[in-house]
Design a protein around this ligand. Structure first.
Ligand SMILES: Nc1ncnc2c1ncn2[C@@H]1O[C@H](COP(=O)(O)OP(=O)(O)O)[C@@H](O)[C@H]1O
Ligand SMILES: O=P(O)(O)OC[C@H]1O[C@](O)(COP(=O)(O)O)[C@@H](O)[C@@H]1O
Ligand SMILES: [Mg+2]
Length: 463
């Protein structure tokens, strides 16, 4: 039996209260096409916590061996590790820009200063470069006054960079500057670097806590329900899609083609398509497609145009890369080692125009690429709320002496995740409900392939 607070009164809540009424027996087969139907017997456990505080010695051993799969819940700890009056904290922002970075910096500084009384807070400029003396970047002092208004602007007041730096030299700098808590705001690349920095700190037996905060519009960190900036990026892409829809309807046989960021995952494209129901085809890296052939994109597009006279296509920048590559195409990477993508947007524009020209059908294709405009803006209200929570929880974790971890949302709960589990990359499951909802809302065919793919060998991690 549990207790719930209803209208200010405590009420006993029992399992019976959660039984859903049914009008009667369901005897008719549903016309909805999905891979898995949801049985009534599938239930969500309501806020189950596990408290193992009374287990005596070897608690960590107990967590490893006896406690079911679970993660540490974030929040202020009764006892802390660092003495606030002697604590020095450093903040770095790495990788691509993302709405909300300044909100997180502000929240960390305010929380350290006002809740814990930490007076020594520094900012590392231009990502990990700022820890390497030869770059000559200045170290900036961060105070409540200096960060007071920064959340009103996009970008990062500390700036950012890509490119690997020497791990040993970075730890030398942290140690030389007497940093006790190192806050790393970044995406998958930053977390890979953070993991290596933590290993080096541990190897040197230094008492430096490293806390990650999940930044990236791509939303591709494993186990993290949502990275900050993702919601804003979706909201910003709406404008481009609306314009594409207007343009498509504004001319005979109009096609609005929009390319949206998303390197290895189509999370932004999927979110934007579901937020903006004008999209008719969503193309993402996780779901391969053919151009030609009876089931390919061109034929599906042609059928749609004949039927409805206009069409909106939303393509994630990482989609269809295999269609453009030959064995001789060089695989280029950026300074951080991320694969440089070929331009699927322009490629599709040219190929679609070519197809319809050959078919003798006159179309009007308008191509829109909002590019960096979806990530250099300030955070939306919901992202700002998320950013302040992440900043606050990151400080609680750092002051408690936790390290090699990241704060994030998982199943609507703020939790501590070991950095090593988040870097393997999160993708959209083509068999999952999210993609099914995209297919339902766009009406695009379940597959744009002429030949079905071989079944995947690896199992997906289900959380
Ligand atoms: N395996 C790694 N070892 C050390 N540094 C890394 C590693 N992977 C990425 N980095 C560094 O982390 C920083 C951020 O990575 P990047 O991929 O650019 O952005 P993001 O963190 O947003 O994914 C860059 O300076 C990059 O070089
Ligand atoms: O800023 P760059 O180097 O042009 O990179 C663009 C890439 O950065 C992103 O905006 C975000 O990537 P990260 O968060 O991993 O840095 C991607 O969507 C996009 O592919
Ligand atoms: Mg990344």
């Amino acid at each position: 039996m549990r207790h719930g607070r209803i209208n200010g009164f405590m009420k006993k809540v029992q399992q019976e209260d959660y039984i859903i009424q049914n009008l009667g027996e369901c005897a008719i087969q549903s016309p909805v096409i999905v891979n898995d139907f949801t049985p009534d017997s599938k239930r969500l456990l309501l806020k189950q916590y596990l408290d193992y505080s009374n287990t005596g010695k070897n608690k960590d051993e107990k967590v490893k061996r006896e406690i079911p799969l679970s993660v540490e819940v974030a929040g202020p700890r009764e006892k802390i590790f660092f003495d606030p009056s002697k604590t020095k904290a450093a903040i770095v922002t790495c990788g691509g820009l993302c709405p909300g970075i300044n909100d997180v910096i502000r929240a960390i500084v305010m929380q350290l200063y006002h809740r814990y009384g930490v007076r020594n807070i520094i900012g590392i400029k231009y990502g990990f470069q700022g820890l390497i003396p030869s770059y000559g970047h200045e170290i900036v002092e961060l105070t409540p006054e200096s960060v007071e208004n920064i959340h009103r602007e996009g970008g990062s007041i500390l700036s950012s960079s890509r490119g690997q730096q020497n791990i040993g030299e970075m730890v030398d700098a942290l140690s030389r500057m007497n940093v006790n808590i190192f806050f790393c705001i970044g995406g998958d690349g930053t977390m890979r670097a953070a993991e290596r920095i933590t290993e080096e700190i541990t190897r040197r037996k230094l008492s430096i806590s490293l806390i990650g905060i999940p930044k990236t519009i791509d939303n591709d960190l494993n186990f993290v329900q949502k990275t900050f900036g993702f919601d804003t990026a979706i909201a910003e892409s709406e404008n481009a899609i609306s314009c594409a829809h207007v343009e498509a309807k504004g001319a005979p046989m109009g096609i609005g083609l929009v390319k949206i960021m998303g390197r290895l995952s189509g999370q932004i494209a999927v979110g934007a398509a579901l937020a903006q129901n004008d999209v008719n085809f969503v193309l993402i890296p996780e779901v391969p497609f053919d151009l030609e052939g009876e089931n390919g994109l061109f034929k599906a597009l042609e059928k749609r145009l004949i039927r409805r006279k206009h069409c909106v296509i939303l393509v994630a920048e990482g989609a269809g890369q295999e269609l453009m590559r030959t064995n001789n195409t060089p695989q280029e990477t950026d300074a951080s080692g991320n694969i440089r993508l070929l331009d699927i947007g322009y490629f599709l524009k040219v190929r679609i125009e070519d197809y319809f020209k050959k078919a003798g059908i006159q179309i009007n294709l308008k191509y829109i690429d909002p590019s960096y405009m979806i990530r250099s803006v300030r955070a939306s209200a919901s992202d700002s709320i998320y950013c302040s929570a992440l900043g606050q929880y990151a400080v609680h974790a750092g002051m408690a002496g936790k390290t090699g971890m990241l704060v994030g949302l998982l199943k609507d709960e703020y939790v501590h995740l070991p950095i090593r589990v988040v870097t393997s990359g999160k993708q959209i499951d083509p068999e999952g409900n999210l993609w099914m909802r995209v297919l339902e809302s766009t009406g695009q065919p379940p597959s744009l392939l002429n030949k079905p793919l071989d079944p995947p060998v690896e199992e997906h991690v289900v959380i």
